[in-house]
Design a protein around this ligand. Sequence first.
Ligand code: SF4
Ligand code: SF4
Length: 340
Amino acid sequence: MAGQNRSYIRYLRYALQAYIVLFLGYAGIEFHRFVGHFIAGSGAAVNTAQVLGSRPASIEGFLPIGALMSFKLWLLTGIFDSIHPAGLVIFLAALLMALLLKKGFCGWICPVGAISDVVGKLGKRLFGKNFRMNRYADYGLRSLKYVLMLFFLYVILYSMSPMVILGFLGGDYYKIADVKMLYFFTQMTTTTLVSLVVLFLLSLVYRNFWCRYLCPYGGLLGLLSLLSPLKITRNEEACIHCRRCSGHCPSLLPVDSTVRITSPECTGCLTCVSHCPAAGALDVSFAPKRPVQPLVFALLIVVFFFGSIGLAKLAGRWESSVTYQDYQRVIPAASELAHP
Ligand code: SF4
Ligand code: SF4
């Protein structure tokens, strides 16, 4: 069987991840400036539209719990959250991507996944390998993210009525949920700092520790991805059993001994496909022998994600409706505002 080199697909993914991490880093700095404007409160005349326009809506992607609430509200009442609409748009895009393109959001878009990946690679350099949990500990820990996911689904989707959600989304606390998230990083408590250091160390030793064991968002996307028509598919006739696919799979899946990867752990990262040296042996496919070119899969992810954002902007569902006067009132009090 002819050899092949598909390493370009890996570099394409790294480039997209790097772009998103850098973009969000920049957005974080801009948002810090935006918040600083209201803390400083000079009293001088300002162009309020310009100040509001400087707020990067993309930071709302870090508010998935609020997005889950507004998702339920939207489903049951048709009301689309206008306080953090970008958070809901990103959440909807991630859900739809999971239904069509595996956990493409985790593998290609999520900045936490990208950073986790880099830390895991750093660990491999330091220790010469990434360690693997004992099989039973691995199963037990993997279930943690589903327990967390069920907790949030129970509290929000089952227990909270639309009226309660509406009350929460209309309150001051939700208006500055993004500011609270900013303070989580800029005004770190000792507990937060220790937790992040522990997570960093665990991710050095065990690749993708957060994603594999703790992320409830990833757990939800993984379960939805079971319905995705696209799956990593191995062609036994073309496979030369080199085991490179399994050796490089960040989700530790036994790709070389499976025909079709149905696991909710598969992020659709295509690392396995990019390392496979045998043409026609490993693809992302609708069904055996109905492959999709890896480049087309990558383009679908880009078009789907950024297309959703573009459509949301065109439909006026991206920028927050919180007014300058509201921000002026609630941001200086953000540290004192407690969860209702
Ligand atoms: S099976 Fe392939 S696509 Fe799925 S997580 Fe492993 S390397 Fe990524
Ligand atoms: S499918 Fe896996 S084991 Fe088979 S040739 Fe490709 S990388 Fe090697």
